[in-house]
Write a protein that binds this ligand. Structure first.
Ligand SMILES: *Cc1c(COP(=O)(O)O)cnc(C)c1O
Length: 365
């Protein structure tokens, strides 16, 4: 069968390998497998979220409240914006697709850093839009600006701050300088999936959605419940922008795109700030151990503002080989070879999980 020809250019998204697959392939017991591959919360989710899901389980026969008022009210008060500045998505992933559908096409390109979140590229190619990337792997604002000027037909720019899968971030002031030079007809998306972590490590890296959209009417801020809030399995994310952008994004939204239990869980998750704080504290305490480990073994790493760390290998090591050897020991991490990077991305786990990673990894060095 022949399919639309742009599909031939898409590499199917490959997520972190699920635990079940390692059970099946290597016969390892599930309790002996640790997954540090998808930047999930190693502490799971707040017990309050679990209770909320149980409390609302009997409501699943009804369609969700499509106005999503309760979660929008909660987000509006958290971020000091209006509820009509908010759109919910089945993960912020879905909001990325709304934005690309609204601003890119065969003639309007997408601009990103070279090594960044894979979905910008996949959604762009689905609709036949070209993706222009910098030659630097990490975000380089000068390079992004030069490409923006040179290409002339950029419809939408993605800044992933902090960046997945590399972990770097940019100072708010530099980001604002950059955006102020971009034409108001070009949308600038700030993907803040890891902003909770970035802000905590260095306030200069913090980008406040309310401030961003009031200063720059052409911006869209993205947030997710999948990382610090531990709701990856429920698929809840959001976009924040001015009403003009919202009107356009809402035209792309399928009805009932976020489930009843997901919406209830997200509201509960926002209320348990202690859980998120504990997550963030653990993250940076444990990240230090990774940095020390890397230094001790002379492995390069990228200073990370997220809940993962990216280790970079020199030619004497091959990241794919290392990832496969770790997998056989029941440790799932992310090989970055498909991004053209000889390195691995490791989600910061609990102290016990990290200890197991260090022990097993050390045996391979
Ligand atoms: C995880 C992630 C998202 C979105 O995740 P969802 O689960 O779809 O909300 C978006 N951007 C980046 C950079 C991410 O790492």
């Amino acid at each position: 069968m022949q399919f639309n020809k742009q599909l031939s250019k898409i590499k199917t998204y490959e997520g972190g390998k699920p635990i079940e697959l390692v059970v099946r392939e290597f016969g390892i017991k599930p309790e002996n497998i640790i997954k540090l591959a998808s930047n999930e919360n190693p502490y799971g989710t707040s017990p309050k979220v679990v209770q909320t899901i149980i409390d609302h389980a009997l409501e699943v026969y009804m369609y969700p409240d499509d106005s999503m008022q309760e979660i929008k009210d909660a987000l509006a008060s958290k971020f000091n914006v209006n509820t009509n500045n908010i759109i919910m998505g089945a993960g912020s992933d879905q909001v990325i697709s709304f934005a690309i559908n609204a601003k890119a096409n065969k003639y309007k390109k997408v601009l990103t850093a070279r090594t960044t979140f894979a979905m910008y590229n996949i959604y762009a190619k689905q609709i036949g839009a070209k993706v222009v990337t910098t030659s630097s792997h990490q975000h380089n604002l000068d390079e992004l600006y030069n490409l923006y000027k040179k290409e002339q037909d950029i419809g939408i720019i993605f800044l992933c701050l902090p960046n997945n899968p590399l972990g770097e971030s940019l100072d708010k002031d530099d980001v604002y300088d950059f955006i102020s030079k971009i034409d108001e007809n070009t949308m600038v998306v700030v993907d803040g999936a890891y902003q909770d972590f970035a802000k905590a490590k260095d306030p200069k890296k913090g980008i406040d959605p309310s401030d961003l959209i009031s200063k720059f009417p052409n911006t869209l801020y993205l947030g997710t419940f999948s990382k610090a809030y531990g709701l990856g399995g429920l698929r809840v994310g959001y976009g924040i922008a001015n009403e003009e952008i919202m009107n356009a994004l809402y035209k792309m939204r399928p009805p009932f795109n976020v489930t009843t239990l997901s919406l209830k869980a997200a509201v509960a998750a926002l209320k348990d700030e202690d859980f998120v704080q504990k997550t963030i504290n653990n993250n940076f305490q444990e990240m230090k151990k990774y940095e020390e480990f890397a230094k001790k073994h002379e492995i390069d790493f990228i200073d990370s503002y997220t809940n993962f760390i990216t280790l970079l290998f020199n030619k004497s090591r091959n990241s794919t080989q290392i990832a496969n050897l770790l997998l056989k020991k029941g440790i799932i991490i992310r090989d970055l070879q498909s991004y053209g990077v000889n390195g691995i991305r490791v989600t910061i786990g609990t102290p016990e999980q990290n200890q197991r990673f260090f022990e097993q990894f050390q045996l391979l060095l």
